[in-house]
Design a protein around this ligand. Structure first.
Ligand SMILES: Cc1cc2nc3c(=O)[nH]c(=O)nc-3n(C[C@H](O)[C@H](O)[C@H](O)COP(=O)(O)OP(=O)(O)OC[C@H]3O[C@@H](n4cnc5c(N)ncnc54)[C@H](O)[C@@H]3O)c2cc1C
Length: 475
């Protein structure tokens, strides 16, 4: 397939004539779109700050006619370099297409433009007594379009699923510039191939999402949670599985391994810290693990569920329990969980975040295999994440920039381990450009051929986000 790059100076002039003040070529605009949260930096040749679907379609028509690359971008919070213009093309910034068009309280749906921030939609739905469950940790800054393109998930996935489960239908501009409507506005619909589910998670390679119809739910009346410290991760995972096999479906089940726990141990109250085998906040060799379990429903339901779950945790040998029945105490418990990434990030020079997922029953085995990876590559590894759905955030770190090759080698070994345990290389963050070289480890040749065929069918000139997802050398 061709590998288009930047528009020529003549085409840039044409684009400026076509899009006027919405097209930017100044240094500030370009540098603002040359990064996401992957740490990679690649500057585009121009930025189109799209105002409507017609502009998106026009840009893609021109890209086909003149053979330059177009890269969709939401808020740039992605962790895989997916919104970066590797070949110097035009970044199509959708953040200004940010209207919540309607929240339909009768049909319990929302219709939104792609640039709406996830947190804004959740708040707008809540104001109507409704709930948009997907909760990536970036929800304050990421867009619904970006969430759909990456099929974003979060802690609530264990009960509510990922973004894909809430997208009923889409309006999208195909790479050829044609506009399609996929899906329905109904909860059910089985007519034709499911193009909605194909576009969701396609990381901006098959179409530009310009409008979404989203399923909402009634907002739960109450949320309560508890944190429990266990002697080791094996016991913590037994608790997670016992909770699920004894009739409970929590709305979040998160875990921190011993190393993470020590990094944020100072945020725990004294009686829980007392359960840890060495000084809280200090690096140590203890094996304890923390589990955070949240329930939602009516006040009575959540109180009953939390009491049952506390009993299960104690039965399995929890060393300390921290109940959080109200908003203020919940916030304190979640702060422990949310502080982990920042503290890891702040503690080292090299930091590669992997987000493998394994079957829930294999989390403890996966984490148990990590010390050998650390030792082999001389790096430090932190594991935390979503115990309820097996998605483990592995943060591989080293103190010096020169250690990066070793950290990268260890990251690849972690991916291979996850695959050997029946898992996947990415539960949430996607492939983008940072993980594309690993794709053949997971996707078999026949499936890869089908996927390339889909890309070629929808994007014959390879102008939309070229080089993403597929290994570069053969793309
Ligand atoms: C602190 C932090 C926490 C995070 N936590 C989570 C988490 O819990 N769960 C999770 O899943 N992710 C998480 N992420 C990753 C990131 O926030 C998600 O991938 C998010 O969905 C990206 O949205 P965005 O608007 O920033 O998209 P961008 O980063 O701008 O783009 C991401 C991809 O989507 C494509 N794209 C964007 N908009 C469109 C569109 N309208 N049409 C077609 N393609 C489009 C881009 O081309 C790119 O391939 C986190 C990131 C950070 C920095």
């Amino acid at each position: 397939m061709p590998y288009p790059g930047a528009p020529s100076p003549e085409i840039l002039t044409l684009l400026t004539r076509e899009f006027g003040a919405d097209l930017f070529t100044g240094a500030e605009a370009l540098s603002g779109r040359s990064r996401d949260e992957s740490g990679v930096c690649l500057a585009p040749a121009a930025v189109l700050l799209a105002r409507d679907e017609a502009q998106v379609a026009r840009l893609l028509l021109l890209a086909n006619a003149h053979g330059f690359a177009v890269v969709p971008r939401g808020a740039g919070t992605g962790l895989a370099g997916g919104c970066l213009a590797e070949t110097g093309g035009v970044v199509l910034d959708l953040s200004s297409m940010n209207r919540i068009i309607a929240i339909d309280t009768n049909s319990v749906t929302a219709m939104v433009e792609p640039g709406v921030l996830t947190g804004d939609l959740r708040r707008a739905a809540r104001a109507q007594g409704l709930f948009y469950p997907p909760d990536p940790a970036s929800l304050g800054t990421s867009t619904i379009g970006g969430n759909a393109a990456t099929n974003a998930g979060g802690p609530a996935c264990v009960k509510y699923g990922t973004t894909r489960d809430y997208v009923l239908g889409l309006s999208a501009v195909l790479p050829t510039g044609e506009i399609i409507q996929t899906g329905t506005a109904t909860r059910k619909g089985v007519v034709g191939y499911d193009l909605t589910r194909l576009l969701v998670g396609s990381e901006g390679t098959l179409g530009v999402i310009t409008r979404l119809t989203l399923k909402l739910l009634p907002h739960p009346a109450h949320q309560a949670c508890l944190a429990a410290v266990f002697p080791d991760l094996d016991a913590a995972m037994r608790a997670v599985i016992s909770v699920m096999t004894r009739g409970h479906l929590p709305s979040a089940m998160e875990f921190l391994d011993a190393r993470c726990l020590r990094l944020v141990g100072d945020l725990l109250p004294e009686h829980v810290r007392a359960g840890l085998s060495d000084a809280p906040g200090a690096p140590g060799e203890g094996s304890e693990a923390l589990v955070l379990i949240e329930c939602d429903g009516t006040l009575e339901e959540t109180a009953r569920a939390c009491a049952d779950i506390e009993a299960i945790c104690r039965e399995i040998g929890a060393l300390g329990i921290l109940p959080a029945p109200d908003e203020a105490s919940r916030e304190r418990v979640w702060k422990v969980r949310r502080s982990v990434s920042t503290r890891i990030h702040d503690s080292c020079a090299v930091y590669i975040p992997e987000d493998i997922a394994v079957p829930i029953g294999k989390i403890a085995d996966m984490v148990a295999a990590l010390p050998a990876v650390e030792a082999r590559h001389g790096i430090t590894l932190y594991a935390f994440g979503h115990a309820g759905d097996g998605n483990i955030h592995l943060n591989l770190t080293a103190p010096e920039e020169g250690d990066r090759p070793r950290v990268e080698a260890a990251a690849e070994e972690c991916v291979r381990l996850a695959l050997a345990f029946g898992g996947t290389m990415s539960g949430e963050h996607g492939v983008g450009l940072t993980k594309r070289h690993l794709l053949p480890l997971e996707i078999a040749p026949v499936s890869l051929r089908v996927q390339r065929g889909i890309k070629a069918l929808l994007d014959p000139n390879n102008i939309l986000n070229p080089g993403k997802l597929f290994p570069k050398e053969t793309a």
